[in-house]
Design a protein. Structure first.
Length: 481
């Protein structure tokens, strides 16, 4: 009598041995995968003991035809790597074909698929249940978890963030409330909407209602919003300063809610975050975050407004708008919802956007901080820019995550350093999460001026998947220089 449980254990052990096998063992080639197969019969010049030969891609890049096993049955692909053979046979429907009826082949193929499925389920469960942290704060995944975190923390920061978002949505009349049980008809498609949560560098808690755009029809054409290049923003500031213009910056609040959506056939069922409106049928009338076309709709809305004000697009930079004022040109650089304005009277442009077009502008003033970069004047009155505030936020975030400020360093990496040879211990789970984000944080700083750390950051970006303690120490050194 065959012990089925024993067979499962044996098959599992075979798989574990295969996974843990040292594929880099010197003196033996390993094959990457099986590319094809062909039947061979006794007497054929290619016959080498098995009824089937396989086209093998070797780790060295070569391709050769090899038998499933040799005449003795003690070597060959089936003996060296039964799991790969089983997977190929299963994927190509060969398990019952002549020449492929090898002992245990079906069992391994079945067990392999089961183990892969169990591993994927375990990863998904871990992803859904493991805490998410940003800037030293735990971030909820849904409304229920937001309530729970507020109770644990003894405050209402997440619920206040939700309330602020819903108040803005109501203010912009983003939904048409049809109440409970309303049937919008077959032409109207139900999609989901949920709260997405984040923590800003300064500790502000933010919540944003996001529509399930993946459930909507994907547009054929591009649906990107307007994003000026950093070079374009610098050119505007430079030409404005050169021609004696005032350079101002402002931010348009809730830009997607400023425009109507072209996807008016969508509706959502209000969730618990809507309070008394839970269960109501809400027909979308504004371009919510998450919809495919929201960015494009906002870009078109702003473009129409600027054209009405007499602006036209620059030939050298698509998202810099210009207006002829006779002795000079007024310019506006658009980066989604951030505007940089160069004009002799920028306050007049701000008032027109607010009063005539009803945009809700925030922080309209002479440019001091724009796209992560500080603008200031030196002791001689020369306009300068440097990522001071952004670097300060990165350092504060580093202190929140690791508990200490990074030590001062004179260079990003030491001379002759070789991170690829690092053999220090692997990081624990928390540090494994913190290390990639700490490597990614300085990348925008490089874009806006700190070119001296570019090589070091690029080098350490290779180790985000499985960083070691030595890699983390190098990241902290970059933060300290």
């Amino acid at each position: 009598m065959v012990n089925i449980n024993f067979e499962e254990v044996v098959a599992h052990n075979d798989l574990v041995d295969f996974i843990e096998k040292d594929t880099a063992w010197e003196g033996a080639w390993t094959f990457e995968k099986i590319l094809s197969h062909k039947k061979v019969k006794k007497g054929n010049k290619d016959y080498r003991g098995a009824g089937a030969n396989c086209l093998v891609l070797w780790s060295a890049g070569e391709q050769t035809w090899e038998p499933l096993h040799d005449r003795s049955g003690k070597s060959g692909l089936w003996i060296d790597d039964p799991v790969t053979v089983a997977i190929y046979a299963s994927d190509n429907g060969l398990l019952d074909e002549p020449g492929w009826k090898l002992p245990g082949l079906k069992k391994i193929a079945k067990t392999q698929k089961k183990l892969i499925r169990m591993a994927n389920d375990a990863k998904l469960h871990s992803f859904r249940s493991e805490p998410i942290c940003m800037c030293g704060f735990q971030v909820p995944r849904n409304h229920a978890e937001a309530l729970e975190l507020d109770q644990v923390n003894g405050n209402t920061m997440w619920i206040d963030a939700e309330t602020t978002e819903l108040d803005q949505i109501d203010e912009h009349k983003s939904f048409v409330d049809k109440g409970v049980g309303f049937n919008p008809g077959s032409d109207c498609k139900l999609i989901r909407a949920h709260m997405a949560y984040a923590v800003k560098h300064d500790g502000r808690h933010k919540a944003r209602l996001v529509a399930g755009g993946h459930l909507a029809e994907t547009p054929i054409n591009s649906a990107c919003s307007s994003v000026v290049s950093l070079r374009g923003a610098r050119l505007l500031a430079f030409t404005g300063e050169l021609n004696g213009l005032k350079v101002w910056s402002t931010d348009i609040g809730n830009v997607y809610l400023e425009t109507h959506t072209d996807q008016k056939v969508h509706y959502v069922i209000a969730g618990p975050e809507f309070g008394d409106r839970e269960g109501h049928v809400l027909i979308m009338s504004k371009a919510l975050c998450g919809l495919h076309s929201s960015g494009l709709r906002w870009s078109e809305r702003l473009a129409d407004v600027l054209r009405e004000m007499g602006f036209f697009t620059s030939h050298c930079e698509k998202y810099i708008w210009m207006r002829d004022k006779g002795d000079h040109y007024e310019c506006i650089a658009v980066h989604v919802d951030d505007l940089m304005i160069a004009s002799k009277d920028p306050d007049l442009i701000i008032k027109m956007l607010m009063e005539k077009h009803q945009f809700k502008l925030k922080g309209a003033c002479p440019t001091k901080f724009h796209l992560g970069c500080d603008f200031f004047r030196d002791e001689e009155g020369v306009l300068c820019h440097a990522p001071k505030k952004h670097i300060k936020k990165i350092l504060e975030n580093c202190r929140r995550i690791f508990g200490t400020w990074p030590k001062l360093a004179t260079s990003p990496l030491t001379a002759g350093d070789h991170p690829e040879l690092d053999t220090s211990e692997l990081l624990n789970k928390d540090d494994q999460k913190a290390c990639p984000s700490s490597i990614g944080a300085p990348q925008w700083v490089i874009q806006i001026g700190r070119f001296d750390i570019q090589t070091a950051v690029m080098t350490l970006s290779c180790y985000g998947a499985m960083p070691r303690q030595g890699h983390l120490d190098r990241v902290k050194r970059i933060h300290g220089c």
